[in-house]
Design a protein around this ligand. Structure first.
Ligand code: ADP
Length: 862
């Protein structure tokens, strides 16, 4: 079985050649691959080498002192470097040995293929030639045989015809003999040739071809040995599991095994041994609250109207986060118990060591998380405790006002009969910003405290006997009626019920310990009834509702709030134990506090920012008045702002300032009642009477407004919105300044809550740029107002939008004088528009200028 016996056929021969071609291609392919592999291995070795040198960049110094992990890592990196070297050596060997051997094998095999093919062709050709010769010889044989037959036939013919002699016979005989000779020679040649052919054919089949194939086989088999060796070399030089590599790995392994958690930090802890940390004390720096008059106390939460909601929200937030925390903790605790099995069951292939490590890590992590959760919980519960204690302290008391100033410094609804010089009062306001009435009262010797002004009253049927207390020792004012439940009055009918009177007003009304009133407030859309008491400051108690729908504070409950308050008054018991507040004197509504039902709204005459303005009639006096209403749906803050105008106007009495008659806060809608100024807004008036108004009338309007503003300036009131649209025209065209919604009673007022709804074209640059308002800002607006008057209701900076006008003013532009404006009047306007406020005249000066002008004008033109 081999090439010689099996591969003699033509197809086998072709296949053998094809096979050799394929093998040559295989060698070429291998060469290419090995070439690439050598390159890859070299690159890999270089990359590993740089990884190792990167990995060996470890902190110098003592930071990792004694770390076995670190030294293992170093070994690991060194062994990676060694590995890189080994890979490089192997790739070199691969190149020199395997690649060169493959090249040589390729050359040899090509040569042998060629030789085989040539030899095979040669012997085949030999055989073919012989075969062809036999065919040819046979054809020759046949030809000579024919000639012979022909010549013999001729000879016999002549011989038979001509006898025994004759030239012709000789000729024929000669030819016959020659043909015979030729035939016999050819016959012999043919016989010899056949003999040769038979022999050669036998040799070809049995010796030559098998010999060639046998030789070929032995050569190819020798090549296979070489080839095998080459593959072996490739394998050897690619083996990363060889002993050398294994040694590297073993060294790493040994190092890794030497890592023992217990030993890892031994040297380190020894080297940096220190004492346990000293506890850090967090203490409240008491100097922070030194000048807070006891309002802010170290380590105590401050519960007031500004913080109470925040505290409640904070409490809810903390309570929900503690709940969340507790849930997390219980989940973690449960997982801690079940976790072990799940880990073991889940990873069957993991070694026990790893499982144990992971388990203990898991347990440690859970422990740590649990600790963290516990700490967090402790922290939150402490905060909750603190807030709860602070809120519990409050009980049913409404949170005190953070800025609960003395009643004397409230710029508010002061009865004109009790009004002191408002200027001095405002100066006082500024000095009393930090005034704490509670502290002041407690600082006074009892004898010096103002006597209580309540009369003694007989006990009402529901009243328990009075206790001996502070009230008994107080001098009671004469003439006060006892509070009695016997009449059929409702709460709103009581004089001491003040409806939705703002808290700031309430605080102003309650001046002495024991003064009290009842009012309503809305919190989170819920209407609450509040008992406000002056007791070493102002306390506001929210009436609590029981499940049966009765009302109470801390004591007994009553079916009506009125009965509750009367009980509280007559019993002489403190409203709450904590406050100790006792009701001595019910404070009745001021004359400004009108009953909503006292006002009959007639017809709508205008529309303001907060609601509609009506012509109305007062029930008692039939007086026709103007009433500004505040939309019921507006938020509480807006309602306070609405009342701000009343609060300001209350103090003023001047022919050029619209007069306040009262406020209606008994129920919604709250209203401001004012004198009716029949001509409506000055702006509309000017526009309507464009043609009929003469200069003297215009000058008079400027004089009226200057008079009103001079008065306001003297009261330290900054109007902030002086404009023709905010002035009203009364009988005989008298102009009255109105719309005090933006007014402030301060020498200087800094706006910090944005500049929303600012009348840009009327406002002075320093107010626009820095939010700084003074009376001199009103002076700027007054200049614009005069311009409006003389332009007969013109639009200032017409054709410019607000920002353009602002830009132009900042760059020095000033409006030109309206047509026919007297020069002196325009000069005054320009002085009012001086960029620097200090260069503007004040209203005192303005009034003098306008008055002189008006008088001169009147005497010249009228
Ligand atoms: P708001 O200050 O809410 O903007 P205004 O004071 O501008 O409201 O009043 C709106 C309109 O109601 C005015 O333009 C004017 O026509 C009318 N008005 C306001 N007060 C009076 C009043 N006392 N007498 C007559 N009309 C008034």
């Amino acid at each position: 079985m081999g090439f010689s016996t099996n591969l003699q056929g033509k197809i086998a021969h072709e296949a053998l050649l094809t096979r050799q071609d394929a093998e040559l291609r295989l060698i070429e392919g291998m060469k290419r691959c090995i070439h690439v592999k050598v390159k890859c291995d070299r690159d890999y070795a270089a990359a590993l080498s740089s990884v190792a040198s990167q990995g060996l960049k470890i902190d110098k110094g003592d930071d990792l002192v004694g770390s076995i992990v670190c030294s293992t890592w170093k070994t690991m990196m060194e062994e990676i470097e060694n590995t890189a070297k080994l890979i490089k050596q192997n790739s070199d060997a691969l190149e020199t040995k395997a690649l060169d051997a493959l090249n040589a094998l390729y050359v040899e095999k090509r040569k042998i293929r060629k030789a085989y093919q040539e030899e095979h062709t040669r012997i085949l050709q030999q055989f073919n030639q012989l075969s062809e010769e036999v065919v040819r010889k046979k054809a020759e044989y046949q030809k000579y045989l024919e000639q012979y037959k022909l010549m013999r036939a001729k000879f016999e013919e002549i011989y038979i015809k001509g006898g025994r002699g004759g030239r012709k016979l000789d000729e024929v005989r000669d030819k016959y003999q020659k043909a015979c000779r030729k035939l016999h020679l050819t016959h012999n040649e043919y016989v010899l040739l056949l003999c040769e052919a038979v022999e050669f054919e036998k040799d070809f089949r049995t010796v030559l071809l098998p010999g060639l194939l046998e030789y070929q086989q032995s050569l190819q088999e020798t090549f296979i040995l070489t080839w095998k060796q080459i593959l072996q070399d490739i394998a050897t030089n690619s083996d990363s599991t060889s002993d050398k590599f294994r040694e590297c790995y073993n060294r790493i392994q040994l190092n890794i095994e030497s890592i023992k958690p217990i030993d890892e930090y031994k040297d380190f802890t020894e080297k940096y041994k220190t004492n346990p940390a000293e506890p850090v004390k967090f203490t409240f720096d008491e100097s922070l609250v030194d000048d807070q008059g006891g309002k802010l106390l170290p380590n105590q939460l401050t519960v007031d109207n500004l913080t109470v909601e925040w505290l409640r929200n904070k409490l809810t937030e903390l309570e929900s986060s503690i709940k969340e925390n507790q849930e997390k903790r219980s989940t973690l605790t449960n997982n801690g118990h079940n976790g072990d099995n799940s880990l073991i069951n889940g990873k069957t292939t993991t070694t026990n060591d790893t499982i144990n490590n992971r388990l203990s890590l898991c347990i440690e992590t859970s422990k740590k998380e649990l600790n963290e959760l516990k700490c967090q919980e402790r922290k939150i519960s402490k905060q909750i405790e603190l807030i709860k204690a602070a809120l519990n302290e409050l009980g049913c008391e409404e949170a005190p006002s953070a800025c609960d100033l003395s009643i004397d410094n409230q710029p508010a609804f002061i009865d004109s009969s009790t009004e002191e010089g408002a200027g001095s009062q405002n100066t006082l306001n500024k000095h009393l910003v930090n005034f704490d009435p509670h502290r002041l009262v407690s600082m006074l010797p009892r004898a010096l405290r103002k006597p209580f002004r309540r009369r003694s009253v007989p006990s009402s049927p529901v009243a328990p006997p009075r206790t001996k207390n502070r009230r008994e020792s107080a001098t009671r004012s004469e003439g006060a009626d006892p509070l009695s439940v016997t009449t059929n009055k409702s709460l709103v009918d009581e004089e001491w019920f003040h409806g939705v009177l703002p808290r700031e007003e309430v605080v102003r009304l309650l001046r002495e310990d024991g003064d009290f009133l009842v009012r309503e407030t809305t919190r989170n859309d819920e209407c609450q009834t509040v008992l406000s008491v002056c007791w070493g400051g102002h306390k506001h108690f929210i009436v609590q509702t029981t499940l049966e729908g009765h009302y109470r504070f801390e004591g007994p409950s009553f079916p009506t709030i009125r009965e509750l308050i009367i009980y509280q008054y007559n019993s002489g018991l403190p409203v709450t134990q904590r406050s100790g507040a006792i009701l001595y004197k019910p404070i009745p509504r001021e004359r400004w506090e009108l009953n909503n039902d006292d006002v009959i709204l007639l017809d709508k005459i205008g529309r303001g920012n907060f609601g509609d303005v009506y012509r109305a009639q007062l029930k008692n006096s039939n007086e026709v008045v103007a009433v500004k209403t505040c939309r019921v749906t507006l938020p509480e803050e807006h309602k306070k702002k609405f009342l701000q105008e009343g609060r300001i106007l209350k103090q003023y009495d001047h022919p050029n300032i619209v007069k306040l008659i009262g406020i209606c806060v008994q129920k919604q809608p709250i209203m401001i009642v004012m004198e009716l100024v029949p001509g409506g807004s000055l702006l509309t008036f000017l526009r309507k009477k464009v043609t009929s108004l003469v200069e003297a009338q215009l000058m008079k309007m400027c004089l009226d407004t200057a008079a009103g503003m001079r008065y306001l300036e003297s009261k330290n009131c900054i109007h902030r919105d002086l404009a023709a649209r905010n002035c009203l025209v009364g009988y005989s065209n008298i102009v009255k300044i109105s719309d005090f919604g933006m007014s402030r009673e301060e020498e200087e007022y800094i706006v910090s809550d944005g500049m929303k709804q600012i009348p840009i074209k009327w406002t002075a640059p320093e107010a626009l740029n820095f939010g700084k308002y003074t009376s001199l800002c009103d002076v700027w607006s007054y200049g614009i107002l005069c311009w409006e008057i003389f332009s007969r209701g013109g639009t200032p900076y017409v054709g410019m939008n607000n920002s353009k006008a602002r830009e132009k003013i900042d760059s020095g532009y000033r409006m030109p004088a309206p047509e026919n404006t007297p020069d002196e009047m325009y000069r005054l306007m320009l002085r009012c528009w001086e960029y620097k406020p200090e260069n503007r005249p004040n209203f005192e000066q303005i009034y003098t200028v306008v008055e002189t002008l008006f008088n001169a004008y009147r005497s010249t033109f009228c």
